[in-house]
Design a protein around this ligand. Structure first.
Ligand SMILES: [Zn+2]
Length: 335
């Protein structure tokens, strides 16, 4: 996660005003809306190497996020198979530099099997960076790579190149955009970045990761932490920015937040994800599971989390469905 971003006061005021307007018109909307709302559950995996994996102390990945190791690629492929056997798809987000590797066949195979592949920037850049040194570790070590360019130019090029590389190397058309790192306020207050994404052809983004409690590292979370993660699901529902860009937030808790930052055990993670998915099903809401094969291959080698999500959706019958993020985006309406 990168530093949370706070919108300026004026954006907050505008939000409060629109929230008040929404509250006034709520009874009308409630009457017009259909009675049963199906929960939409997405499983998303970001294809990049994660620092501290596969072993603590491995941080060199910060400089080569796209140099995926074989175990990570194999986990991604098997996870896709696990989801497919259970009637679902995985929405992947790919760091562009992975397309410099000797083979991209594994990625092409994922796409051929019907799993959407989105854009996660070329070098895992921070799209909210204001200074060159905040863009990405690689450019801090090798600043000549971006010399003479503005921060905006570097970010734009890093996103554009990823879509171009996907297309040229594999024929894949990027399906959506996910920001590296999650932002508590999403892209609120950053119309420049919203417009940049729209300009690059994206209609939706997954950038918001709401705040929530995590408890103390290495200790089993108390009930209040699980409850707070469920509470945060309400803050992780899709919405439309004033620019028209659709936001599909990531639903807590992420694998790296649980395992890397807080040293959770798999059972604790399964409980938190299970509680959150059940909340989404009970409320006809969206759940956007966020994880990384480079982390899960170590922490959840038997795909228990993905199996649990698929099982909960199956048990929910017609109350829930497994979907990709573009399908969720297509159903998002301005509020
Ligand atoms: Zn990432």
């Amino acid at each position: 996660m990168t530093a949370p971003h706070r919108p300026p006061a004026i954006a907050r005021r505008a939000f409060l005003q629109s929230a008040a307007a929404a509250a006034l018109s709520a009874p009308l909307l409630a009457r017009a809306a259909p009675e049963t709302k199906k929960a939409r559950i997405a499983i998303t995996l970001d294809l990049e190497m994660s620092r501290e994996y596969p072993r603590r102390g491995m941080t060199e990945w910060d400089y080569e996020k796209g140099n995926l190791d074989d175990a990570t690629k194999k986990y991604a492929a098997q996870a896709a198979q696990v989801a497919k056997e259970r009637g679902g798809k995985i929405h992947f987000f790919c760091v562009g530099r992975v397309l410099e590797q000797p083979s991209a066949d594994w990625l092409k195979q994922l796409a051929d099997d019907g799993h959407p592949i989105g854009n996660h920037t070329y070098d895992h850049v921070n799209v909210l960076a204001q200074k060159p040194e905040d863009i990405q570790f690689r450019f801090r070590r090798a600043p000549w790579l971006i010399a003479g360019k503005s921060v905006e130019q570097v970010i734009r090029e890093n996103i554009r190149l990823t879509s171009a590389a996907l297309k040229e190397r594999t024929g894949i058309v990027a399906n959506g955009f996910r920001t590296p790192g999650g932002f508590a306020e999403g892209l609120s207050g950053r119309e420049d970045i919203q417009k940049l994404l729209l300009d690059l052809g994206f209609t939706w983004v997954s950038s918001k990761y709401p705040r929530h409690e995590t408890g103390k590292p290495k200790q089993e979370p108390p009930a209040a932490v699980y409850a707070d993660i469920v509470r945060a699901q309400k803050e992780a529902q899709p919405f439309v920015y004033p620019t028209g860009l659709v936001e599909i937030p990531m639903s807590p808790i992420s694998d790296v937040g649980a395992f890397r930052t807080n040293y959770w055990k798999l059972d604790w993670f399964l409980r938190a994800i299970g509680d959150a998915v059940r909340w989404a099903i009970d409320n006809g809401a969206v759940f956007d599971f966020l994880a990384h094969p480079s982390c899960l291959v170590v922490e959840d080698p038997e795909f228990q989390t993905i199996k649990l999500i698929c099982q909960l959706v199956k048990e929910a019958g017609d109350k829930a469905e497994l979907v990709s993020l573009d399908k969720i985006a297509a159903g998002a309406k301005p509020t």
